[in-house]
Design a binder for this molecule. Structure first.
Ligand code: 2AM
Ligand code: CA
Length: 275
């Protein structure tokens, strides 16, 4: 049985570990010329470094030392007990391509699902000294400030975060961009799905669309968007937890407009995983 106090303790832990992992990440970032970078699946943009692996090991050890019966899913090391009621879903560095190239758009993302629903989120961005955090039903914050999604009612009122990978780029992404620009909208891609999700919760972006995102990139951010009054698609449907799905988060006033630009694949049948 998971009691309310357990949620409080996990929330405090998520914030502390995200901050400490981000602090350690900064150490690697400042020495990034010494990092050996590998390219996953032969794709130049899909990279992993020793920093990713070391930070994931640290995060997994801290979380499971405090809550040994919890489940765990991480980008770099795989899963432990996916059927546990409390399942941590983490990305040690989201925005690795930025990280290895000296661009400041990367963060540590720690989410926790309770009975399959995103419940706790902590996203630490050490380059801007921002910790985005929240708990389902208890609000979401950046540092001490409450998060609120934008009140815009049309895409032309702000910026939309976007992202895509490989094959799906030509299949879905270009037609989507054509529609967005046709409506007077404009896009931004910063390379970190977790940060762009946090920016939707903060009202800085109107929304964020990714043709296929992975669960560790958004498990934390989905809590923040819900608590900030934003909307999201049914991202975790099918085996979205393990293989990802198309992803949309947006303020309530533009969600339907953007969903229409994406078309039925947003909440359609399971997409074929890449690679
Ligand atoms: P990463 O930096 O943790 O790899 C930006 O568009 C987002 O795409 C980032 O959150 C990035 O996460 C993610 N990403 C990287 N490689 C991917 C892949 N092969 N499939 C889906 N998303 C990916
Ligand atoms: Ca990552």
């Amino acid at each position: 049985m998971t009691h309310a106090t357990d949620i409080d303790a996990r929330y405090a832990l998520a914030k502390r570990v995200a901050q400490e992992a981000a602090r350690r990440g900064m150490g690697y970032y400042q020495q990034r010329d010494d990092l050996i970078v590998e390219h996953k699946g032969g794709h130049r943009q899909d990279v992993v470094s020793m920093a990713d692996r070391a930070l994931e090991d640290y995060i997994r050890a801290e979380l499971l030392a405090a809550f040994p019966d919890d489940g765990f899913l991480g980008e770099e090391s795989g899963s432990i007990d996916l059927d546990a009621r409390c399942l941590w879903v983490i990305d040690p560095i989201d925005g690795t391509a930025c990280f290895v190239n000296g661009l400041h758009n990367w963060c540590v993302s720690i989410g926790m699902l309770l009975d399959g629903v995103p419940h706790i989120g902590a996203i630490a961005d050490p380059n801007h000294n921002e910790l985005f955090h929240g708990v389902r039903g208890q609000g979401a914050f950046v540092n001490d400030r409450p998060l609120r999604a934008s009140e815009a009612t049309h895409v032309r009122e702000g910026l939309l975060g976007v992202g895509t990978f490989y094959a799906r780029g030509t299949e879905h992404f270009i037609p989507f961009l054509t529609r967005l620009l046709g409506e007077g909208g404009m896009f931004l891609r910063n390379g970190s799905g977790a940060l762009m999700t946090a920016y939707v919760a903060a009202g800085r972006l109107l929304g964020y669309y990714e043709t296929l995102l992975k669960s560790w990139d958004c498990a934390a951010g989905l809590v923040l968007v819900a608590e900030a009054g934003g909307r999201s698609n049914n991202f975790l449907r099918g085996d979205g937890l393990l293989h990802g799905n198309p992803y949309l988060v947006a303020c309530p006033g533009v969600y339907d407009q953007v969903a229409e630009m994406i078309g039925p694949m947003l909440d359609g049948d399971q997409v074929t995983p890449l690679q």
